[in-house]
Design a protein around this ligand. Structure first.
Ligand SMILES: [Fe+2]
Ligand SMILES: [Fe+2]
Length: 342
């Protein structure tokens, strides 16, 4: 096939059809861009290396096999959210280039991408020390460990469903709708890691969670800044979508922040009982997973924070009776179309 040589027929090339993957421009337009620059600078300053954490001080033989399997299970549960974050965010980052976002926005998204890769790596470093080969290729040593692995496989199954849904949903929504879902995820993450950092006794976990919590705080700030830029002019149609996505985000993220509701989660009947048992063992080992009551309270508080943001822009908040929040009743969610991120 011979390639058409436009350059022989025209003085200047034709206009590039849009959306084109990348802009050839570095625009600063909004009043919020300078705050995004500050966040970008903070992200570089606060960058950390998961491998440089005090891993040598982690003596896994201090823990029983059951305790190791229980703690590794929790990291696996976390990984279902955090290991999907790099590819999920990579797609969102690509989107910011496609829509020719401002320069500072592209870099803010890039910093989130880089952080999420660290969070995922941290999970892997913990799991490989506690249960080598885990979660899938590790041979469980206890009965609880066996049941934990079965739970892990079901979690992974559900994480895969989410990925498929996300990829279908992302191109259909405006970035404004996407930001609200991200805010939900980042708020959930910041809440979770704040709790883990203050309740875990093992120094390497404590420090890792503290670093991750700080990263998630920056991610929240990126979402809030972009909402401040875009929400005063958000369309009525997008408003309704935001309310729905918040409810979907609650259901999806409850898998790690609280307990997985049946709305989305396809899990065996004994899943929650097993998970409660595992978390009890982990807590006994000084690994500070929240109790049912603490989770409910943390999640309630996190939802109130997100509600406070939506109220600012007069966007109705969905009812979340599970954690005692009243609001707009949302029933028609298509769980094949959810876009929260962690
Ligand atoms: Fe994260
Ligand atoms: Fe995040």
């Amino acid at each position: 096939m011979t390639q058409e040589r436009l350059a022989r027929t025209m003085d200047l090339p034709p206009a590039i059809s849009q959306p084109n993957i990348f802009p050839l421009s570095w625009r600063t337009e909004s009043a919020q861009a300078s705050r995004l620059e500050d966040i970008w600078k903070a992200a570089r300053r606060e960058y950390w290396d998961p491998e440089a954490l005090p891993w040598p001080a982690l003596d896994v033989s201090r823990y029983s096999a059951e305790q190791r399997e229980a703690i590794a299970y929790w990291f696996t549960l976390l990984s279902v959210f955090d290991a999907s974050a790099p590819p999920v965010f990579a797609n969102a980052l690509t989107r910011t280039y496609e829509v020719h976002e401002e320069d500072a926005v592209r870099r803010a998204f890039f910093s989130i991408e880089r952080d999420e890769q660290n969070h995922e790596q941290f999970c892997g470093l913990a799991i490989s020390r506690l249960t080598p080969g885990g979660p899938l290729d590790y041979e469980p040593q206890t009965d609880l460990g066996k049941r934990a692995q079965r739970n892990a496989k079901w979690l992974y199954h559900n994480g895969g469903r989410y990925w498929t849904g996300y990829n279908k949903a992302l191109p259909r929504y405006s970035l404004a709708v996407v930001f609200s879902s991200f805010l939900m995820g980042e708020t959930a993450a910041a809440t979770l890691f704040h709790h883990m950092a203050s309740h875990c006794e093992e120094p390497v976990f404590k420090e890792g969670f503290r670093n991750i919590g700080r990263d998630e705080g920056r991610h929240m700030a990126v979402c809030l800044t972009l909402m401040e830029r875009d929400y005063p002019k958000i369309s009525a149609e997008d408003r309704a979508l935001v309310t729905k996505q918040i409810r979907a985000g609650y259901v999806f993220l409850s898998g790690v922040l609280f307990e997985p509701p049946e709305d989305f989660w396809d899990l065996p009947d004994d899943f929650i009982a097993t998970q409660r048992e595992i978390e009890e063992v982990a807590r006994g080992a000084g690994f500070g997973v929240a109790t049912y009551e603490q989770k409910r309270e943390n999640w309630h508080q996190a939802m109130l924070n997100v509600k406070g943001v939506l109220d600012r822009y007069d966007i109705p908040f969905p009812a979340i009776p599970e954690v005692g929040i009243s609001g707009e009743e949302i029933t028609d969610i298509d769980y094949e179309n959810i876009i929260p991120i962690f």
